[in-house]
Write a protein that binds this ligand. Sequence first.
Ligand SMILES: *[C@@H]1O[C@H](CO)[C@@H](O)[C@H](O)[C@H]1NC(C)=O
Length: 467
Amino acid sequence: MAAATMLLSIALLASAAAATSPSSDADAISRFQEYLRIDTAQPAPNYAAAVDFLRAQAAAAGLEAQTIELFAGKPLLLLKWPGRQPALPSILLNSHTDVVPSEPHKWEHPPFSAALDEASGRIYARGSQMRSLGVNLDMLALVNRIAYGCFCTDMKCVGMQYLEAIRRLRAAGFTPDRNIYITFVPDEEIGGHEGIEAFVESKEYKDLNVGFVLDEGLASPGKEYRVFYAERSPWWLTIKAKGAPGHGAKLYDGSAMENLMKSVEAIRMFRTSQFDLVKSGEKAEGDVVSVNFAYLKAGTQTPMGFVMNLQPSEAEVGLDIRMPPNVHVEALERRLVEEWAPSSRNMSFEFKQKGCVLDNFGKPAITPVDSSNPWWSVFEEAVKRAGGKLGKPEVFPASTDARYFREIGIPALGFSPMANTPILLHDHNEFLSKDEYIKGIGIYEFVIRALATHNDDARDDESRAEL
Ligand SMILES: *[C@@H]1O[C@H](CO)[C@@H](O)[C@H](O)[C@H]1NC(C)=O
């Protein structure tokens, strides 16, 4: 047994050494650059070019490819690496092909040049890192990306790292037990409605018998990789106040503005209490309810501006609230009805969007990150064996495609193996170090190998034997 393990380790080392030769690394980098150069920025992503490129990559990696077009012009590429035991639940490695728009004039390196700076080893591109931003109703998604530092030309790094890891595993003669699927999906940046949301409802998806999903996470400025097991749900809320209009010189109670400002004060106090928990380190960003003001609207307009001596009869505020999965929803709803928009103060509210914190079975939409979830244990152990360090699992502060899997009860982790990578706010020069990119491929090699061979039944037998 020990000898066999040793032989296996030697074989692994040998294959790892072969796979990471400088020339093959250089090839991997140029393939990544090629993908980055395809302009898939919202709102007019060139999906056709991305899919053509990826189909060629899939062929080179020996994978079966199928393009699924649930919506015209929105191709989803499904790749398959068949396993020896196709009846086992499969693994799905998901990534999206679109990236957020950029402002090219603010970049030192044009965002789709994928320029490699030889001195620093940095690859500059939109989407070389990771997170999402949206437009109109889905503008939300776009803004997320910006604020949370979408590097990897968003998610293009992760998608290519999956493929590179599979190339290496195949070169080492590895065959998975279970089927491995890789999806490249459209429209994540604008909410995923015509992308992964539609796909998880399709017959094509159901036929995959997916047991576990990997999707995107966030780059980490420190040494530890970040991993996400849930995400906050957006609540977009408008609150309206009505009140008697009056002369601007008069002090009286019950004006719309006064009624609204009382709410604004209460909301700000709540916001401060949540933010303080983050500032003191008691809670992580994803574990608190964030509340931010999206707009304030009031006043009586004229072509010259606003009427200055009139107190208006209506005033309104728009809020972007993000709800962690384990939050007491009823408590916040009561706060809304009693403090933030009480009808007794002539106030009303309306949800523009109210994301559900529960899955379709009424449970919090979270993927367990303890021994109750065998996929987690396999994942955690594989990252460790690959020489990577995981930080404490987190709730993703904004939204990703992974939520659509958790909603239907499929465990999904958000993971982008990019450490030592600064997350630059308003990042006009998104970059990823090529060494981190190559290191990430090695991490996926271990992770995919472990997930591909994990046998849940055997594990059950073992625990039964222990009993
Ligand atoms: C609410 O509106 C009614 C009718 O306009 C008014 O009589 C009342 O004083 C208002 N209450 C408040 C708190 O503004």
